[in-house]
Design a protein around this ligand. Structure first.
Ligand code: SF4
Ligand code: SF4
Length: 139
């Protein structure tokens, strides 16, 4: 995490119809939730985009475009980029269950594009509490 220069948060296209994604960006700015391991003072940059809608295939061309342009403009290589699958994709929550195409998204991002990808972004205290109470599944 320490040597990453650029974070990309992939968000659920359906959830983003009603979510500005501000709380994900806020969590990143505060280095909380799944962003807690990034050094606070680091000038790491942040971009969010959606999967493009089910089945998520558009994420491949969106990230391919990013890889091409970021290399050309700033000479940033793919090993300096960390992709996060947003919490609303990765975990059971108020927004619905885990994305049914999560493994496919990971195949496109990790195997096809060779990018590092981890699950989670903003972690809501209320959702965590409900998870502990068994309202949402834990896997
Ligand atoms: S994790 Fe929460 S804040 Fe982030 S995109 Fe999903 S619903 Fe929005
Ligand atoms: S593929 Fe998954 S993340 Fe993308 S819109 Fe469908 S449910 Fe949401």
């Amino acid at each position: 995490m320490k040597d990453k220069q650029y974070i990309v948060v992939v968000q659920c296209h359906i959830v983003k119809e009603r979510c500005s994604a501000y709380l994900c960006e806020h969590a990143f700015a505060k280095r909380s939730g799944a962003f807690s391991k990034y050094p606070e003072a680091s000038p790491i940059r942040y971009l969010s985009l959606t999967c493009g809608g089910c089945c998520g295939r558009a994420v491949h061309r969106k990230l391919s475009n990013l890889l091409k342009q970021i290399k050309k403009k700033e000479n940033i290589d793919k090993d300096k980029i960390q992709v996060h699958l947003s919490s609303c994709i990765s975990f059971d929550s108020y927004h619905g269950g885990v994305c049914p195409h999560k493994q496919y998204l990971k195949t496109l991002i990790c195997e096809k594009l060779g990018l590092d990808c981890i699950e989670g972004s903003r972690i809501s205290d209320l959702t965590e509490k409900r998870r502990q109470e068994g309202l949402y599944k834990n896997d």
